[in-house]
Design a protein around this ligand. Structure first.
Ligand code: SF4
Ligand code: SF4
Length: 715
């Protein structure tokens, strides 16, 4: 006999288990509809693989796992998919959630099954896949996907099977063990194989289930004797006390080890599975059947036929209750689960799901109307019964005050919500409800932190990308400027003997202007004469282009000269553009020269401000010249330069908007949202501008010109 250890606290409420054990496991007639929530488990909701109108067979996959922590859903009977829509589901919040609704056809036809009687020939990976594909989740109430729990990172030395079922009224596991112990033992053997054959396999069961204990002992002995299993399994019975069935509590009872706060049993080399889960694993691997049904206890004084029922998942609660002789008038409170950890179920259309171990239809005797909660009298009873050695009274104060830091310091996360503290509280304070609400709020806060952390990371990444892009662009600009600088220096050197040796340090604008002025002086014309000459050249080019276009217009399509005329128009247009560009560059140089002269004059006047009117007039003239120069430069820019110009200006605006947003956040300004929207809009514009620059295709007329000239020579 394996040694056992005691756990702190605990209570002994009336068991009320006999009512549902008077009969064996009963069948439930096939309901007309089955409602399958996509999220019957902890983790991501499953993804439907069927659509309304599809027909399905019993055991067919209707929703696949959506991620590592998720679970598949299968059709519990044959029929047609009637809808995929929100329906009431069993949940403490009484919420609706997405469900697949199947209208059964009454034929209950199975898909092809693939049993694995020789499961020892399968690899661990194959066995894990079978468990995962069958959609098995913890059947004791937690609903954690079993395949995930069967892949701990640590090596496992002890496998514990939880057959404790310590909560009053619930006997689903007891009934299952009494009737199907042989199958359960094979299920344990499969789990042992998946976990690398742990040295120790223990089944923990309270001593208020002697029939189930005997059935397990006999099944283990005979399976070992006839070679059906290779594992050595020990069935350990211990004194009944609520809540011995908590995972950490059972581990302590069977091994004497305490799982530290915030740690998982696997970190001690221990894995714990519910006995209902083990049976589901047997069916999945040995028989090839997915999880489509479970044993559920239906009990309470409002039922004339309390008992354990084998019920298809998705069966509406009212259908199951009807089978158990439910009297709605008598029922004071319908509880999903047991009286200690269950929650009130208000909608009788909500379905049975994978974790539904009990439906308690309590009458007024079993669930008397509660008295209003009184003030805490600091009696300390709650602390005495807490199996997790917590301070429920303090947790209550901190939960009421929403002091989440103190709740964390007092290990709220270790509370298993067993309700023992509420049960003994003389002030009838619903302590556990405060803890559940606080845990829900903490979860929400944690999710918000995760979301905002992700947003911050995205923002920082975006900033980094922009900085890098800007650095690249600056480097390219610098390279272009350097090129222009060299050309201007060369030109100036050729045209002016007096060019100074440090000319390359002069800014680009003045170099370009000097070069243009040098060109102008080389023509021996005065600036006015040169301007007129260039304007005449533009007018002449316009006339030539108009004539060439007119000739082309008049030329019939089938005329052999048509192509030559088209080429001539293209070339004339290029010459026209060239004349326009020359005029434009000359004007910039001219304006800049005047601007320099004007600025110099203004500076002289400012040093000696004897004529204030002249100074004002010169300043105004300088401003006009600046504006003209800017406009002329803008007009002279290439499309790419315009895009870059626009991008630079947008970047400055984005920076400004971000600074404003940061300031608003630090000031807790009311307009944070508006500033954030402004930043987002500018970001989009900036991105579009970057895309436009990246996708820019230059209008390569030079190559066209060459081509035209070539073709003219050939002709
Ligand atoms: S049992 Fe109730 S009354 Fe007593 S200390 Fe705890 S919360 Fe207060
Ligand atoms: S509900 Fe939480 S605090 Fe109360 S006894 Fe149970 S574990 Fe302790």
């Amino acid at each position: 006999m394996n040694k056992t250890w005691d756990i702190p606290g605990g209570i002994h409420p009336p068991e009320n288990k006999l009512q549902s054990l008077k009969q064996g496991i009963a069948e439930v007639p096939l309901p007309d509809i089955l409602i399958l929530p996509l999220n019957q488990h902890i983790g991501a909701p499953a993804m439907p693989v069927v659509k309304p109108g599809d027909t399905v067979l019993k055991g067919q996959l209707v929703a696949e796992p959506n991620g590592f922590v998720s679970a598949a859903v299968h059709a519990p009977s044959s029929g047609a998919i009637e809808a995929i829509e929100d329906r009431a589901i069993p949940h403490p919040s009484a919420m609706d959630a997405s469900c697949i609704v199947i209208r059964t056809d009454g034929e209950d036809r199975w898909v092809d099954l693939h049993p694995n009687r020789d499961y020892r020939a399968l690899t661990i990976r194959q066995l894990l896949n079978l468990v995962r594909d069958a959609g098995i989740t913890g059947m004791g109430g937690a609903g954690f996907p079993s395949a995930v729990k069967l892949q701990p990172r640590q090596s496992i030395g002890t496998l514990i099977i939880n057959a404790t079922e310590c909560e009053p009224y619930i006997t689903a596991d007891d009934g299952l063990i009494r009737e199907r112990a042989d199958e359960i033992v094979i299920g344990i053997d499969i789990l042992a194989q998946i976990l690398g054959n742990p040295q120790q396999i223990l089944i923990g069961i309270e001593n208020n289930k002697p029939e189930a204990y005997t059935a397990l002992v006999n099944a283990c002995e005979s399976a070992a004797k006839n070679g059906a299993i290779t594992s050595s399994i020990e069935v350990v019975s211990f004194a009944t006390k609520y809540p011995s069935g908590g995972e950490k509590q059972l581990i302590q009872i069977l091994t004497g080890q305490e799982v530290p706060s915030g740690k998982l049993p696997a970190e001690l080399g221990i894995v714990c599975h519910n006995i209902g889960t083990v049976y589901a694993v047997f069916r999945a691997v040995y028989l090839g059947e997915p999880l489509i049904s479970r044993i559920t206890t239906v009990t309470g004084n409002s039922c004339t036929k309390p008992g354990n029922y084998e019920v298809l998942l998705g069966t509406p609660t009212n259908h199951l209750l009807g089978t158990a002789g439910f009297d709605e008038v008598l029922c004071q409170r319908l509880i999903m689960g047991g009286p200690m950890m269950g929650y009130t179920l208000n909608d009788l259309n909500a379905p049975v799901i994978k974790s539904t171990n009990c439906l308690l239809a309590a009458d007024i005797v079993e669930s008397p109307a509660g008295n209003p909660a009184q003030a805490c009298i600091r009696c300390g009873h709650c602390s005495e019964v807490c199996p997790a050695s917590l301070l429920p009274q303090q947790l209550y104060w901190y939960a009421k005050a929403r002091d989440y830091d103190q709740l964390a310091n007092h290990h709220l996360a270790d509370c298993i919500e067993c309700g023992a503290c509420s049960y003994v509280c003389p002030s009838e304070i619903p302590l556990v409800q405060y803890y559940r609400a606080a845990k829900g709020e903490i979860r929400l806060i944690e999710q918000e932190v995760i979301v905002s952390d992700r947003a911050r990371q995205r923002f920082e990444y975006h900033q980094e990308r922009l900085t890098k892009a800007e650095q690249d662009r600056t480097a390219k600009r610098e390279a272009r400027r350097e090129e222009a600088r060299k050309k201007a220096a060369e030109l100036a050197k050729n045209n002016s003997e007096s060019s100074s040796a440090d000319e390359s340090d002069v800014n680009v604008d003045s170099e370009v202007i000097q070069a243009a002025l040098a060109r102008v002086s080389a023509t021996k014309n005065s600036p006015e004469q040169e301007l007129k000459r260039l304007e005449r050249a533009v007018t002449a080019a316009e006339n030539r282009l108009a004539k060439a276009e007119e000739k082309l217009r008049q030329c019939p399509d089938d005329d052999s000269r048509k192509k030559v005329l088209e080429a001539a128009v293209a070339q004339t247009r290029l010459r026209h553009d060239d004349a326009v560009n020359k005029l434009s560059r000359f004007k910039i140089a001219d304006i800049a020269s005047e601007q320099t002269q004007s600025a110099n004059a203004s500076a002289k006047l400012a040093d000696d401000p004897t004529d204030k009117d002249q100074l004002a007039s010169d300043r105004a003239s300088l401003a006009i010249k600046n504006a003209q120069l800017k406009a002329a430069r803008q007009a002279d820019m290439s499309e790419l330069e315009k895009l870059q110009n626009q991008h630079d200006s947008l970047q400055k605006r984005v920076e400004k908007a971000r600074n404003r947003l940061e300031q608003a956040i630090s000031d807790n300004d009311d307009n944070i949202d508006a500033y954030r929207v402004a930043v987002e809009k500018l970001d989009i514009k900036l991105n579009n501008s970057e895309t436009a620059i990246a996708n820019f295709v230059p209008d390569d007329r030079t190559s066209d010109t060459l081509h035209i000239e070539d073709s003219e020579q050939h002709n």
